[in-house]
Design a protein around this ligand. Sequence first.
Ligand code: PEP
Ligand code: MG
Length: 883
Amino acid sequence: SRWVYSFGGGGADGDASMKNLLGGKGANLAEMSSLGLPVPPGFTITTEACTHYYSNDKQYPAELKEQVAVGLATVEKLTGKTFGDTANPLLVSVRSGARASMPGMMDTVLNLGLNDATVEGLAKLSGDRRFAFDSYRRFIQMYSNVVLDLDHHMFEEILDEHKERLDVTVDTALTAEDWEKVVADYKAAVQQELGQAFPQDPHAQLWGAVGAVFASWMNDRAKFYRRMHDIPESWGTAVNVQSMVFGNMGDSSATGVAFTRNPSTGEARLYGEFLINAQGEDVVAGIRTPQALTKIAREEMGEKAPSMEEALPEVFTQFKAVVDKLEKHYRDMQDIEFTVEQGRLYMLQTRNGKRTAKAALKVAVDLASEGLITKEEAVMRVEPASLDQLLHPTIDPASPRDVITTGLPASPGAATGKIVFSSDEAERLGSSGEAVILVRDETSPEDIHGMHAARGIVTARGGMTSHAAVVARGMGRPCVSGAGELQIDGKAGELRVRGRTFKAGEIITIDGSKGEILAGTVKMIEPELTGDFATLMEWADKTRRLKVRANAETPLDARTARQFGAEGIGLCRTEHMFFDEDRIAAVREMILADDEAGRRAALAKILPMQRNDFVELFTIMEGLPVTIRLLDPPLHEFLPHTEADLQAVAEATGLDAAKLMRRAKELHETNPMLGHRGCRLGVSYPEIYEMQVRAIFEAACEIAESGKTAPIPEIMHPLVAKGEEMRFLRQLTDKTAQAVLKERGRTIDYQVGTMVELPRAAIRAGDLAENAEFFSFGTNDLTQTTFGISRDDSGRFLGAYLEKGIFEKDPFVSLDQDGVGDLIRIAAERGRAVRPNVKLGICGEHGGDPASIEFCERVGLDYVSCSPFRVPIARLAAAQAAV
Ligand code: PEP
Ligand code: MG
């Protein structure tokens, strides 16, 4: 078989489509060569040779030697130089090149082919003895390090001794003779370390380097990088052997890197830097300050050193043309390496450039506007999850960070504020306009007001779907959860972490995208929702089939949702409306009531407030569908938890403290998430659900009567398991709705449906569909109940599962498509069999996760519903899923 592919001289054996075989670098070198661009001739040893090497006890394929010899002969012919020739030596670089770029992870050897004889040839040929010996010493150092496994410090020490002796500080001050002496010392050091001479045979050098590149595929750095980026070990790396060109051959020589557009802003302008009289590693090493490529960039930076455009105007013109051609050819922003050898341009690499989210957006929109790609392609070019970076204020990457500790990146964005330890304090300071960060061991529904008032939230406990995380994401508040090192001492009003103490009122900053907590203030960048963002979203909306709704209950969330393009509310969690200050007393009174009459009396107080909530929500949503979920959590969540709280509530409400306490004890459940919650509340206390349904319909009538567009309420019952449950809830809902409509003399379209949050509900979806006009998959609970893993406590052990590879992803973040997904598929199928037009949606956290959205598209759901701040992500992900 074929293991070696040549390129150069205006042609190539391979092309850009062969990345799997030739690696990214090799495939693009071949492509550039075929395009007629100036590429130094060379050849690529395939990734298959690497795989063969590892699956055959580190033996090269039998034909490899011969094919490399042919490849080398071709390079000799194209360059007119001969490998190992003392008069006109061919020198080569040997570089790795995997399918996916793994920057800096594997090894490279430059200037290979130099020895005591060929260095003289190079000196004569170049007319520059200093250059020749400088190259030779670089080669010895690199080869010794990469191939012979000698520590590079040894060589640096030798060089430092010479500089000291000569009393100079910079490398450029060394003369040809100085470098000759350095070379002699380097060789002596190798001899001493290894007991044998530095290899003089260029062919031995070549095979040594090829072996080292293959070996570097298995070094720790490369293994780690592969694990981080899901790159399979089986891919292997290619080896690129390419004739050397020299950017260090005097002042008409240079080397540099360029992006065809700015990789951090996306601005459509050549961007990059170069160094005169230097080799590639000098640019990276940061010893000398590189110069700008263009005059305008130099002027903007206020630099004195001339740009490439000014220093090498002719080559620059040629370079600019090549770069433009490459971008047009690849139809994407390119990341380019080049060298100028004595006024002649050579292209060493091109690839699609890595970029920030902001740049990705701008480049995609610009390329489509320039007609280089279609709008649909532009939609595919932006990673949906990356939009998160654009929707929240973020920390300026250039700003220094004093990281106190880290936790989970529970809700993206950054915020700065004073530390507060209680929700009441957060509300008090927040309402007077102070920026605060709420720091808690964990949060509960009681903390909603504090979370709302805070700019950001930190918890010491809890996972990615803990209360704090879910609510923070919903509100668009940055949140770091599960920062386990934090010791929060509310009494002392301080938190301790890693030997530092922070008092209440001290300023911290949180980075919810990274899960970091930082001391003090940090510079921020504000989000921008118009311009390119709006354009790409418009294109995405034209492409997608899935509707996108938001999970929202407060007016603020509903407005945010609409601003982000939500097409309705997919989940209004009414329990959040029970905590407001004006009604929590009535809610508690209702819970404490001894009998139905007592409950009804308290519910009558809540009714007008609930009605107003819905009026507000319907008004904001202007006729869009609004799915309202009736009360779901166990009732004890509404009661105060500590004795002191209890006492305070008793005083404030005039309720009897002892009775309050007794009732709280009665309501205690061993396993509340599987206890008296969801529609079970509606079954045991129908009057609660009746009040809620009444509030919804009275609100809907009020809207209709005021001449505004009537809403389409969708009444949703939580935690339903059985067809009979659904029948009971349906009757309750219809009866109450009809009563209100009759009183008002109106007709209003509405639907009654259910959440699917229990395996039984999914399996018996046909039974449910008899009385449910829609299903909304509550995948938070469905994941919890399918796995039997508590969504609130999973953080304690899921880490071990992820580390051991038992779970690939947190199933509460990205849908378990095999297990939970199968239940969704089954429910969709069985539900549709009974009611063909049953409307299907998802409202768990997964509704905002791109991979899960792709799944929803495949099973043909009608909509996804997610936190307001994830709506744009869902719109883009839905569009990509549809393509
Ligand atoms: C769910 O269970 O997926 C859901 C959306 O409901 P909640 O998160 O309120 O339990
Ligand atoms: Mg639920």
